[in-house]
Design a protein around this ligand. Structure first.
Ligand code: HEM
Ligand code: HEM
Length: 216
């Protein structure tokens, strides 16, 4: 029996599914105006996204932006004659970058947002005028629609690969391994544990510091 190829390290997988759950929860809290939990949940997503951005520089090989973010030529080549990847394909990388970019806008504007009566507010809204904080809230709403659109596209793309191309992308985002890849496909080179500690402490510390209003 061939050993399955390792694709995603545990941090990438845990962060992915935690973000999925917490975005749904953040949305539910906002809909039901449970804003204290919306802010807590949002700050946790912020820590996870910051972690993912750091992990994209110092993490396992398949998590690294420098490895998977490719130019238009690589994307075109993949569309023409693409084969399964142990990691993101050049096209998949585009959606990763788009999702993370819109999430950064969503999280960043949330920090400065206030609601119409100035009661519910992000932890940094005290730094800006009420008008600016209302603008942040408006961008926060627009970027949420954008995020929903990207998520729909993302899930549709994943389902296309699973159902039509018969690539077990969801399973490998859960188990981290893919037994359908050819042996010898460049598999995951994991990062040492101290980097995980460093990235987690930095991301958690930043969220904590923001939550404290930067200590001001
Ligand atoms: C997971 C990321 C997030 C999502 C998906 C999200 C989504 C939303 C949605 C859908 C609303 C309701 C907009 C409306 O119709 O009034 C909202 C409002 C709000 N969010 Fe977030 N949010 C996120 C992160 C954050 C963060 C990190 C903060 C601050 C720490 C934050 C602070 C706020 C505030 C203060 C409001 C009220 C603004 C208003 O009522 O106009 N959000 N958010
Ligand atoms: C809140 C919604 C979601 C967001 C923001 C999101 C975001 C992301 C991001 C940023 C990545 C890149 C992973 C990385 O390199 O760290 C990714 C990958 C992935 N996501 Fe999601 N995702 C969402 C929902 C889902 C759902 C519902 C599914 C299942 C149907 C899913 C399945 C996957 C899979 C299978 C991959 C790996 C794709 C591959 O093998 O190249 N995602 N997602």
């Amino acid at each position: 029996v061939e050993r399955p190829i390792r694709v995603w390290d545990a941090p990438v997988r845990v962060v992915h599914w935690a973000i999925v759950v917490l975005i749904a929860f953040s949305w539910w809290c906002a809909e039901n105006r449970i804003m204290d939990w919306h802010v807590r949940s949002g700050l946790t997503v912020l820590a996870l996204v910051v972690f993912r951005l750091i992990w994209g520089v110092i993490g396992g090989s398949t998590a690294r932006f420098a490895r998977f973010v490719r130019g238009p030529r690589a994307v075109a080549e993949y569309l023409r004659a693409g084969s399964p990847h142990a990691g993101h394909s050049p096209l998949g990388a585009l959606s990763v970058v788009a999702l993370l970019a819109v999430l950064v806008v969503q999280l960043g504007t949330g920090l400065f947002a206030v609601d119409v009566d100035g009661i519910d507010s992000g932890p940094l809204s005290f730094l800006v005028s009420f008008e600016a904080a209302r603008s942040a809230a408006e961008v926060h709403e627009v970027s949420f629609d954008l995020l929903l659109g990207l998520i729909a596209l993302h899930v549709a793309a994943v389902l296309f690969y699973v159902l039509v191309r018969k690539q077990p992308l969801i399973r490998r985002m859960i188990t981290g391994t893919d037994s359908t890849l050819v042996p010898g496909a460049a598999s995951l080179v994991p990062a040492p544990a101290w980097r995980l500690v460093l990235a987690a402490l930095t991301a958690g510390g930043l969220a904590w510091w923001i939550n404290r209003g930067l200590g001001l």
